[in-house]
Design a protein around this ligand. Structure first.
Ligand code: HDE
Length: 689
């Protein structure tokens, strides 16, 4: 038992009856005599209302849930640290960016957006990527996503966007899915969403692991130095393992195989000491550069290609500790883009400005009190004090009379409390040129936000052929679930502004006539392709972070299994043994080995590559085992490497596996192949749009 469990949250150790077992008490500290039976009148009589132990226990249980987040409800988080590589004192006075090598604590939560807290980890969805930096000058929250642009330009459209994507208002479904009428109806009427739609339909939204996604702050922020000079910044997180995604059929099957696929992967990798890591990057630019760009840096539906302004890597984040308690930490953590420290500042991005209001507001409703900042996971790790008092669930016991400022109680020899400090205090950046343009009060979109298609086109053109086919197929899948034909057609009409080829493929995939092109508010431009936007061009061929499933049965070659596992480990990967019975199998050398997973419960989609090591007898039996055939067939269909011994070959044949670069006899070559995927196989296994 962990020692901490013997303590109340207040830290007092309960009186113990012996070394191991503290006494169970009520919330009032009364020792509990019997935690198995309620108090009854007689042996079989009614339960008595006076049973305060029963009532308190059930009362507390009844209130254990809090409202889930309206978006990003399903999340997983971890503790870690941020380490700065080099001082950035010339561009920002933010304390966390001053001293190279210094580490500060962080708490990072990843999430899906549309699904409820109990939904699955692997729907097609954007992923939230929120980092709380507990700096010495207060908390800075970088609340980002795994996609560098957003659906809408103005916060006033956010409730509409979310209503449209969530379960339909009358039906209460679909859960955690954008493939339905209301989402596409809204999207088709909002051409500004087209760029983000390209990303959402790409493999970015079906990541292999949370450890293999990028993160983006999206909005343009500012860094401000000691002299008050401002530099624009866009924040990037780059995963150490490179980018990796699944294929759609695999993502669908993962929803059946393991609802917690990403959560488990994050938790287990940290438990194993294989700590997830990202580097923090910044695109830095001045006003002049911003003015010269062919898009507005205040428009969150636009990105700046890395090839135009390079990403300067400034530090790394390592997640090295799982939460002790999911509810207290992951559920109660409250991120807010308005949590900002001196040296970082906002811009006039209208989406950002709306967010600055929303988060604090929703957290009062979700966490039930204005004092949620006192929860350990939300509290700054630097001293904080002010004259804010009282409120529900106030946990501080403030002393003295001074609860207002200014006061002169110190003149009477009493504590007078904290005072403002113009030197270290946060001062807002003054010279926003956007402000100078201020004139009449207008409800408008600026002209500079009008180009909704050029960057969508840029994204599409930056993808490999295979990735383009995935985008076209994803659009066909999603729109095939849309019952309203006019909505399908309006989406395709918009797509014609992105790429005629894409629009034609989607129309063909749906079996509908190509509609007339929708009008575009601004001429569509051809920007240079940006290879940085492609996953396949940024994957790393590495076994690190990857897991190989090895299918074995009675009589499997012990030596071959041992050597393969050793090679995988040497290459930085992990392996799991899968067998017909989880209790294990008797190997060729008469040793019994336990399996990590049972065949039916460990389908091949949960692995990055698979190996089949079977005796001739076992292979013959497996030919009548649908789960085994499916195991191999899916690995092939999901473009994974497959290793096999010669006796197992009939199983591969039965699963219609055709030799290619990814199909290898068990050998070092197989281990090498296991560190990548074989996208060139895809046209032979499925028809893409
Ligand atoms: Fe959020 N968003 N959002 N969002 N968002 C929330 O805050 C909101 C947007 C993001 O792990 C909510 O505490 C508005 C962009 C993440 O706890 C809420 C707008 C980006 C998380 C909210 C946006 C994000 C949230 C719901 C448009 C990427 C999860 C619960 C103006 C840069 C944080 C909560 C976590 C959560 C509002 C758009 C990222 C309702 C109004 C753009 C990662 O306040």
């Amino acid at each position: 038992m962990k020692k901490a469990n013997n303590k109340t949250p207040g830290g007092e150790t309960h009186q113990t009856t012996d070394e191991q077992h503290p006494v169970l008490t009520t919330n009032q500290g009364i020792h509990v005599s019997d935690n198995q039976n309620s108090l009854k009148a007689g042996q079989r009589g009614p339960v008595l209302l006076e049973d305060f132990m029963l009532r308190e226990k059930i009362f507390h249980f009844d209130h254990e849930r809090i409202p889930e987040r309206i978006v990003h409800a399903r999340g997983s988080a971890a503790h870690g640290y941020f380490e700065l590589y080099e001082s950035l004192s010339d561009i920002t006075k933010a304390d966390l960016f001053q001293r190279a090598g210094e580490k500060i604590p962080v708490f990072t939560r990843f999430s899906t957006v549309a699904g409820g807290a109990g939904s699955v980890d692997t729907p097609r969805d954007v992923r939230g990527f929120a980092v709380k930096f507990y700096t010495k000058e207060g908390n800075w929250d970088l609340v980002g996503n795994n996609i560098p642009v957003f659906f809408i330009q103005d916060a006033i459209k956010f409730p509409d966007l979310i209503h449209a994507v969530k379960m339909e208002a009358d039906k209460g479904y679909p859960q955690a899915a954008s493939a339905h009428d209301t989402f596409w109806d809204f999207i088709s009427l909002m051409p500004e969403s087209t760029h983000m739609i390209m990303w959402a339909m790409s493999d970015r939204t079906i990541p292999r692991s949370l450890r293999t996604i990028e993160g983006f702050g999206i909005h343009t922020f500012r860094l401000v130095n000691e002299n008050g000079k401002s530099t624009f910044v866009k924040f990037h997180w780059k995963p150490r393992l490179g980018l990796q995604s699944t294929v759609w059929d695999e993502a669908l099957k993962l929803q059946a195989a393991d609802n917690d696929y990403h959560r488990r992967d994050l938790f287990e990798s940290i438990e194993m000491g294989d700590y997830p890591e990202w580097e923090l990057g910044m695109q830095l630019f001045d006003q002049q550069t911003a003015d010269a760009l062919p898009y507005d840096v205040l428009d969150s539906t636009k990105l700046i290609p890395e090839e135009v302004i390079p990403v300067k890597i400034v530090g790394r984040m390592v997640l090295d500790r799982n939460p002790d308690n999911f509810f207290a930490e992951t559920e109660q953590v409250a991120y807010c883009p308005a949590n900002i420290v001196p040296g970082i500042d906002f811009t006039n991005d209208p989406l950002l400005q709306g967010r600055l209001f929303s988060y604090l507001d929703t957290q009062k409703s979700r966490l039930g009190t204005a004092n949620f900042h006192q929860l350990p996971i939300n509290a700054p790790k630097c001293p904080y004090m002010n004259m804010q008092r009282d409120g529900m669930m106030q946990t501080n016991v403030f002393k003295g009379r001074a609860n207002y400022e200014p006061n002169s109680l110190d003149m009477a020899g009493e504590e007078s409390g904290p005072r403002e400090c113009p030197v270290t205090g946060f001062t807002s950046f003054k010279g926003r040129p956007e402000m100078e343009e201020q004139g009449d009060r207008l409800r408008i979109r600026p002209e500079s936000f009008a180009d909704h298609y050029s960057q969508a086109r840029l994204f599409f053109r930056s993808q490999t052929e295979n990735e383009q086919a995935h985008i076209a197929s994803a659009l066909v899948f999603e729109l095939s679930k849309v019952v309203l034909e006019h909505v399908q057609l309006r989406v395709i009409a918009n797509l014609r502004n992105v790429s005629e080829d894409l629009a034609a493929r989607v129309a063909d995939g749906l079996g509908v006539e190509l509609p007339a092109k929708s009008p575009s508010a601004a001429p569509v431009q051809d920007f240079d392709a940006s290879p940085a936007l492609s996953i396949q061009q940024n994957m790393k061929a590495t076994l690190k972070g990857r897991c190989v499933g090895i299918l074995i049965a009675d009589g499997s070659d012990a030596d071959m299994i041992g050597k393969l596992q050793e090679e995988i480990e040497k290459a930085g990967g992990t392996s799991k043994l899968v067998a017909p019975k989880v209790g294990g199998v008797m190997l060729s050398d008469n040793t019994k080995v336990k399996a990590d997973g049972q065949l039916m419960g460990s389908p091949s989609q949960i692995f990055d590559a698979v190996a089949v090591i079977l005796s001739a007898d076992a292979a013959t039996k497996m030919l009548k085992e649908a789960a085994a055939i499916q195991w191999v067939m899916d690995a092939f269909g999901h473009l994974k490497a497959i290793g096999y011994n010669s006796d197992a070959k009939p199983l591969l044949d039965k699963a219609n596996v055709v030799e290619d670069e990814g199909i290898k006899e068990i050998s070092r070559q197989f281990v090498k192949a296991a560190s990548t995927r074989f996208f060139e196989r895809e046209p032979s296994v499925r028809t893409l749009a």
